[in-house]
Design a protein around this ligand. Structure first.
Ligand code: ZN
Length: 314
C-alpha cells in the first residue's frame, strides 16, 4: 500500500471536475457545451482512464505468467453511463459522446485492439455476436457494465478472436481481435483526493489523487507495479509488523522490476517516493510496517537492472 496522509494538490481542472460530481447537470446550449468540452470532468476522467489503461497494459505484459491468475486481454478500457448518476448522462453525451451504448474509453498503444483498429470513442454494440444489452442483462448483481464486458473478453478460449461490433460516427464496423493471455490484474481508478494505491488479492486500486500527484507515467508505474507485486506475492493485510515490512520491501523490489520490464524508467519513477518523502512530515508516526521513504528510495536505486522479462513467477 502506498499512502500519503496529506491531501494532494489537485490541478484546477480536476478540482472543478470533482465539484461537478453530485450537482445538477450543466444546462448549456449546444454551442457553449462545445466551448467548455475540454475542461469538463468527463473529458478529464477519460484522460485519466486512458493513462491508467496504458500503464495497466504494459505492466500486465511485464507481469506475464507471474501473476496468480492469467486471462485473455485486448488492451481496452471500457466505460458505460450506468456507472454515473442519471443526471450526468446529458453531460456525458455532450462531452465524450457516450450515450446508450457502452464505449471504448481508451486503447493501449500496441495492444491487440489497437493493432486491429479499435479506437477510443467507439460504441460497443456486441462482442462475439452477443449484444451488449444481453451481456449487461445477464451480468452478476453488483458488477459494473464495463467489468462485465471485460469479463466476457477474459473468458475467450485461447487463440480465439473476439469479434467487436462497434459504431463509429454512425457507421457499424466489425473488428476481429485476438487477445493475448497475461496477468489478470486490473488497475481500477477511484475518485479520491488522497494519494493512494492499494490492492486486494485480485486487483489494484489507484486514486485520482495519485494520478494527479504522479508527474510521469514512470512514477505511476512504480506505484502500480508495487501493488501488482503484492498480488503476485500473495501478500495479505493483518500480518505482524515485522513480516509486513519484509512484504513491503519485496513489493518495492518486484514492483521496480515490473516497471522496468514494462519499459518505464527507474530514475524518473523513483522520484515518486522522494516526493512523497518530502511531504511525509508525520513520518515519525508511521507504522513500523514501512521503512522511511528515503531508505526505500536508496534500496531501489541500488537494485540491479531487471534481466528477465516478463518477470518469472515467485
Ligand atoms: Zn505496499
Amino acid at each position: 500500500m502506498i499512502q500519503d496522509r496529506k491531501k494532494s494538490g489537485f490541478p484546477a481542472g480536476l478540482q472543478l471536475a470533482l465539484a461537478f460530481i453530485g450537482v445538477a447537470p450543466l444546462a448549456l446550449p449546444a454551442q457553449a457545451a462545445t466551448d467548455v468540452a475540454r475542461d469538463v470532468w468527463p473529458v478529464l476522467l477519460r484522460r485519466d482512464l486512458a493513462r491508467v489503461g496504458h500503464v495497466e497494459w504494459r505492466l500486465r505484459r511485464a507481469a506475464g505468467a507471474a501473476c496468480p491468475v492469467q486471462a485473455p486481454d485486448v488492451g481496452v478500457v471500457l466505460d458505460d453511463r450506468g456507472a454515473y448518476q442519471k443526471r450526468d448522462w446529458p453531460l456525458l453525451a455532450a462531452t465524450v459522446k457516450m450515450d446508450e451504448h457502452p464505449a471504448v474509453a481508451s486503447v493501449a498503444p500496441g495492444s491487440p485492439a489497437d493493432l486491429a483498429g479499435v479506437r477510443a470513442g467507439d460504441e460497443v454494440l456486441a462482442l462475439d455476436g452477443v449484444s451488449a444489452e444481453t451481456i449487461i442483462a445477464r451480468r452478476p448483481a453488483g458488477t459494473v457494465v464495463a467489468d462485465a464486458l471485460l469479463d466476457e473478453i477474459a473468458r475467450t478460449a485461447p487463440d480465439k478472436a473476439v469479434v467487436f461490433d462497434l459504431r463509429r460516427a454512425g457507421a457499424v464496423l466489425q473488428f476481429s481481435v485476438v487477445p493475448v493471455r497475461h496477468c489478470a490484474v486490473r488497475l481500477v481508478l477511484f475518485t479520491d483526493r488522497s494519494i493512494e494505491a492499494h490492492s486486494d488479492t485480485r486487483n489494484v486500486a489507484i486514486s485520482t489523487g495519485m494520478l494527479a500527484f504522479a508527474r510521469t507515467d514512470d512514477e505511476l508505474a512504480l506505484a502500480a507495479g508495487h501493488e501488482i507485486a503484492h498480488v503476485i506475492n500473495g501478500d495479505r493485510r493483518g500480518a505482524p509488523a515485522k513480516v509486513r515490512r519484509g512484504m513491503e520491501d519485496a513489493a518495492d523490489a518486484l514492483g521496480l522490476r515490473l516497471m522496468e520490464c514494462a519499459g518505464y524508467v527507474r530514475a524518473t519513477g523513483i522520484t515518486l517516493f522522494e516526493r512523497l518523502g518530502s511531504r511525509d512530515w508525520l513520518g515519525f508516526l508511521r507504522a513500523r510496517t514501512h521503512r522511511s521513504w528515503k531508505d526505500r528510495t536508496q534500496s531501489l536505486r541500488a537494485l540491479p537492472p531487471a534481466t528477465a522479462c516478463p518477470v518469472a513467477a515467485p
